[in-house]
Ligand binder design. Structure first.
Ligand code: ZN
Length: 318
């Protein structure tokens, strides 16, 4: 956690960078910082908040500013779904023990008790916290265990235990909007307003704000799109295949999403038509060719060169 003054400085710095970037991208715009999610302009930084992308729960860093309502909407509604998806993925792959959220109930020899459960590949551990059970139930359960263990010896009889376990269902629409939001904010923080203020992103912002509406059929589906080789690494990539559907692929952790290039208003419907019903089409991608950008990427380049002149950090091409 950064200290308060470090966070204030970072906020000031991001505000100034964003204000300069907006003035460069939209010379007619009123002076200020534009929330990249709701596009409201803020003349001063007070109402803006530091935004992590990826979310803090996934180890992301504070990358840009968004307004309070947009930040809270993401934090309360979208990101818990993404964090749960990450936990279940890590547990499936044996990367981290799975802490079952909420209460699990364990039935042992007629005694029912609330437990916390932590599962990994090898074993499950049950913790029986005092505060989750009535004291008399807790005592009775302890007596039961001691009786079964024969006063401290190893249990030498079959013990029947039943676990009432519910793995939380992940609301897929919220998870998908959370992935899209993260990819969008990473792209914004790297490419700037020129890129995301393009009309091709209207549908992206609408989808983030209205996860329950199926506006974008497919944009990565939370998975790696069968991405192999270097593009399985985190970063911003330029899609080279399918050749006639170029775009940007943003990868973070094991999540990824495709984003349109400027002016490509039918990008997502073309993707959907190309891969009907397919969750994870195969794609190829390369580091964006910043030296020789395609026609469509040129408007992004304006912003990049502006940033480079001002010594903005640019991610290493990989
Ligand atoms: Zn906002």
């Amino acid at each position: 956690m950064r200290s308060v003054s470090t966070r204030q400085k970072l906020k000031q710095s991001l505000f100034k960078q964003g204000r300069a970037a907006l003035a460069a991208a939209r010379p007619g715009a009123a002076a200020g910082y534009r929330c990249p999610l709701c596009l409201v302009d803020f003349p001063t930084p007070e109402a803006l908040t530091l935004e992590h992308a990826p979310p803090e729960s996934l180890g992301g860093r504070e990358r840009c500013l968004t307004c309070g309502p947009c930040n809270r909407f993401g934090g309360r509604k979208l990101e818990p779904a993404l964090a749960e998806a990450q936990r279940q993925y890590d547990s499936d792959k044996g990367l981290a023990p799975y802490h079952v959220r909420g209460t699990t109930r364990l039935r042992l020899a007629g005694c029912l008790i609330n437990v916390r459960m932590i599962a990994d590949k090898e074993q499950s551990t049950f913790i029986i916290p005092y505060e989750m059970n009535r004291p008399d139930v807790h005592e009775a359960f302890k007596d039961q265990l001691l009786a079964l263990a024969g006063g401290g010896n190893v249990i030498d009889q079959n013990v029947q235990a039943t676990i009432d376990l519910k793995t939380p269902e992940i609301p897929r629409d919220l998870e998908r909007s959370a992935i899209l939001k993260t990819a969008y904010l990473i792209a914004f923080s790297e490419l700037g307003y020129s890129y995301v203020l393009d009309r091709a992103f209207d549908i992206v912002r609408r989808q983030i704000a209205h996860p329950e509406e199926p506006l974008i059929g497919m944009f990565g589906n939370g998975g790696p799109l069968n991405a192999t080789g270097p593009i399985a690494e985190e970063g911003l990539w330029f899609i080279t295949e399918p050749r006639d559907l170029p775009g940007i692929y943003v990868r973070f952790g094991h999540f990824g999403a495709v984003l349109p290039l400027p002016g490509h208003l039918t990008f997502y419907s073309e993707w959907r038509d190309r891969f009907p019903g397919e969750g994870k089409p195969r794609i190829r991608a390369a580091p964006p060719s910043w030296e020789r950008p395609s026609q469509r990427l040129a408007c992004v380049m304006d912003y990049w060169s502006h940033r480079r002149r001002r010594n903005f950090r640019w991610p290493r091409p990989r």
